[in-house]
Design a protein around this ligand. Structure first.
Ligand code: SF4
Length: 358
């Protein structure tokens, strides 16, 4: 088994997990970069790099789960807990639209008391007031809804879709290996996360998928995560993008045990690996928000074809230490400086028609 042979085979066939593990542990970073870049150029031969203008509206920080890596949540009953009013949310949407935004990413803690009608009514109001894409509620929230409202995943998602939900963000995946999850979170397990996504895809709701790494998991466990995502995509073809990022440990429980961030080299190695592994997912997003713009720019040569969002507002990973910020001009300039053509897109990765003048 040689690195060169495996990289050649990886574009023609799906390798075994042992072979991918061999690659990620043994291949020189330059070889992974070259292979990932070749795949990316074949998949996106128009040399475009997409980005989006949106914001992360966190409707509530009250959460009945406990995650070692979260600096955002407050327990039910906390004096620091909040639930945004509809009016608060409308104001945020209007500001987003005024900045050229196409949609909102809306996620919250696992609130134990809000009824399903609160979410449905909110989606309906947003759709009736604004021309906007609603990319909302990651699998842990959807799974929590099924538990709280004693409904099936199909019922919950059907109702939210009927109320205006357009697509689902792939958050809350972290590492999809229960051994890792049990040590770090009591929200949905691996199969429950994947089940939400499978039902969403079957209902024609596109979704993204993510991987947050650096929780002390092994390379083999990261490979298992990629395999679970790959296998679901074989069945459903509903993932439109994959977004890996690294643990931000500040102000978190796990940060007392693992205070150091993953290196940029480690990030780029796994970004390239994701492109090589997930050959059946069309888009790969670089996480400039956790890595900074310079590493984000490098990532465009390690398989990524999407620069993510200018993220007008972000409240979840910012308190954990992701302090990088960028304007639309910063993203466009970065994309052009790396020799690519910037295109604006929606949360479902459909490109927007209008030309870019920033
Ligand atoms: S990551 Fe999400 S589910 Fe976990 S504690 Fe934070 S808000 Fe709650």
């Amino acid at each position: 088994m040689s690195v060169a042979e495996l990289l050649k085979r990886s574009v023609l066939e799906h390798l075994s997990q042992e072979e991918y593990l061999y690659l990620v542990e043994r291949a020189p970073l330059g070889a992974l970069k070259e292979a990932a870049d070749r795949i990316r150029r074949e998949m996106h031969s128009d040399e475009t790099v997409s980005y989006i203008i949106d914001r992360n509206i966190n409707y509530s920080n009250i959460c009945s789960a406990v995650c070692t890596f979260c600096a955002f949540y407050r327990k039910p009953g906390s004096t620091e807990g909040y639930v945004l009013t509809y009016e608060d949310i409308f104001e945020k949407v209007e500001e987003t639209l005024s900045m050229g935004g196409s949609g909102i990413l809306m996620q919250g803690g696992l609130h134990p008391d809000l009824p399903l009608e609160w979410y449905e009514q909110l989606l309906r109001e947003l759709k009736s007031r604004y021309r906007i894409h609603l990319h909302c509620f990651s699998p842990p929230e959807i799974f929590a809804f099924t538990q709280t409202f004693r409904m099936t995943t199909w019922e919950v998602l059907s109702r939210l879709k009927a109320a205006g939900l357009d697509s689902i963000p792939g958050g809350g995946a972290e590492i999809l290996v229960d051994e890792v999850r049990k040590k770090n979170t009591n929200k949905c397990n691996t199969n429950e996360w994947l089940r939400v996504m499978e039902v969403a895809h079957n209902l024609d709701l596109p979704t993204t998928a993510t991987m947050m790494f650096g929780l002390g998991e092994s390379s083999a466990q990261r490979i298992e995560h990629l395999e679970r995502i790959y296998q679901l995509q074989v069945r459903t073809n509903g993932f439109v993008a994959f977004i890996p990022w690294t643990l931000q440990p500040d102000n978190t429980k796990i940060g007392r045990k693992i205070p150091d961030r993953q290196s940029s080299e480690e990030y780029l190695r796994w970004l390239a690996m994701a492109r090589i592994y997930l050959i059946n997912i069309p888009n790969l997003q670089v996480s400039w928000l956790t890595q900074g713009i310079q590493v984000g720019r490098q990532g465009l040569h390690y398989g990524a074809n999407d620069m993510g969002s200018i993220m007008i507002e972000e409240n979840v990973i910012t308190p954990a230490g992701a302090h990088y910020r960028a304007t639309e001009k910063n993203l466009v300039d970065a994309i052009e400086a790396e020799g690519f053509k910037p295109v604006k897109r929606k949360a479902n990765y459909i490109q927007l028609e209008e030309s870019i003048e920033v």
